[in-house]
Design a protein around this ligand. Structure first.
Ligand code: ARG
Length: 459
């Protein structure tokens, strides 16, 4: 136990299972670069205080650079007693530059402010990567929507055919969700990117370190204004996982729609082979596994959020080891979301949209509302026209006609004398969507405006 950095007051050996139970190195080594960068800047702060000489600082920086090389070449050798990434890096620094100098880097610092710093650096970097690929995903959806602006399909409520819409309008709906996700992500990054470094274990820095200097040189936007909050706050972890959960919720609904649209019964889309798999038994099968995994993994990401919220809720102030449980769920969520965005981008850029099948799924009863609107334009109150249009639907059914458009003018006029010859112009899907030019509607001009508006929000 003399290997342990905090071993001074401990005499007995730890239960070997306790060592394993306690160790976070297997997963927090992901943060090695953040940890080394934090130490690099922190020791600059110590040198400014006269707590390190210039020579000592340059030795430390030389050692840190060498450790970084080892990690990035997969050559770092962990030793028993390397409890986490912080202790592992410090132990190795001592081996490279000597314990005399390495023993000074932790002056005034605690693993409590260190781990909070590392986590924030790591998280903001990963979230920035997500923002970049999310932007591409949205751009791909918008491009597809512009290319296929003329495809009409049924819009649904209750999964029942409701009114005709453009396929691009459907795409634009998800692009709208994802654009909100993008903007929300930038806000989460903003709140994550504040510095806990220099808060010490909890009470603050005993040598008056320049926390603003540390923050600025680590790329933070500012410092956390209370040392207790600095070491105990994991809201950025929760927010990152909430963001991930909400995003995956959108991805899941998007996938569910596409799974339905890819069935034989719908046939609106066909997934590319690259994102489908076959059945080991049924030769004819082509399964939308990519979409099912996107839908399924949303549950896993939400589980991570819920699990960590449980861990966090009753922790007394300030640092407690429970907080080490922030890492695995966060890291898992970030990787899952990253892969999900990339897969979803692949799916949407390679699927085939079948406009003929979409058009074939449109039925005349979907224009019953338009028929009601026809009489509204002739001055009849909507509540009345709604009823009249319903009677037309029933008359068509009773006469075993294929749709309301097959009623004769005299049949229309028997139901309501205000129907005129121009009623037949109602029965045109294209005209129906083109009437919806108001902002946010499914007319071509309105959809194109939405798409451009979305692009302009992607800074
Ligand atoms: N591995 C620990 C974590 O992830 C580092 C902080 C340990 N600090 C402490 N006082 N035990 O939370």
């Amino acid at each position: 136990s003399e290997l342990k950095l905090w071993g001074g007051r401990f005499t007995g050996a730890t239960d070997p299972l306790m060592d394993l139970y306690n160790a976070s190195l297997p997963y927090d080594k992901k943060m090695y670069a953040a940890d080394l960068e934090g130490t690099k800047v922190y020791t600059e702060g110590l040198e400014k205080l006269g707590l390190l000489t210039k020579h000592e600082l340059s030795e430390i920086h030389r050692g840190l650079a060498e450790i970084k090389e080892e990690w990035s070449n997969d050559e770092f050798v962990a030793k028993p007693g390397d409890e986490d990434i912080h202790t592992a890096n410090e132990r190795r620094l001592g081996e490279i530059i000597g314990r005399q100098i390495a023993g000074k880097v932790h002056t005034g610092r605690s693993r409590n402010d260190q781990v909070a710093t590392d986590m924030r650096i790591y998280t903001r970097t990963e979230l920035q990567k997500l923002a970049a690929i999310l932007k591409t995903f949205i751009e791909v959806i918008v491009k597809r929507a512009k290319n296929e602006i003329d495809f009409l399909m049924p819009g649904y409520t209750h999964l029942q055919r409701a009114q005709p819409i453009r396929w691009s309008h459907w795409l634009s709906m998800y692009a709208t969700y994802f654009t909100e996700d993008y903007k929300r992500l930038l806000q989460v990054i903003e709140r994550t990117n504040v510095s806990p470094l220099g808060a010490g274990a909890l009470a603050g820095h005993p040598y008056g370190i320049d926390r603003e200097y540390l923050a600025e040189n680590l790329g933070f936007n500012g410092v956390i204004g209370n040392s207790l909050a600095a070491v105990s706050d994991r809201d950025f972890v929760v927010e990152s996982m909430f963001w991930s959960s909400l995003f995956m919720n959108h991805i899941s609904r998007f996938s569910e729609d596409l799974i339905i649209y890819s069935t034989g019964e719908f046939g609106f889309i066909q997934l590319a082979d690259a994102y489908s798999t076959g059945s080991s038994l049924m030769p004819q099968k082509k399964n939308p596994d990519s979409l099912e995994l996107l839908r399924g993994k949303s549950g896993r990401v939400f589980g991570s959020l819920a699990g960590f919220m449980m861990s966090l809720k009753s922790i007394p102030s300030t640092y407690n080891k429970d907080m080490q449980e922030d890492k695995e769920p966060l890291f898992d969520s970030l990787v899952t979301v990253e892969h999900s965005i990339l897969i979803a981008t692949g799916v949407i850029s390679t699927l085939k949209a079948n406009s003929a099948k979409m058009a074939a799924a449109l039925s005349m009863d979907m224009l019953a509302t338009d028929l009601a609107d026809y009489l509204v334009r002739k001055g009849v109150p909507f509540r009345e026209t709604h009823h009249i249009s319903g009677e037309c639907v029933r008359a068509a059914e009773e006469n075993k006609l294929s749709g309301i458009d097959q009623l004769s003018l005299s049949q229309f006029q028997t139901i309501d004398e205000r129907f005129e010859k121009d009623v037949f112009e109602t029965f045109d899907f294209e005209k129906s969507v083109e009437r919806r030019t108001a902002t946010g509607g499914t007319a071509k001009s309105a959809v194109l405006k939405q798409l451009d508006n979305l692009l302009s929000q992607l800074s």
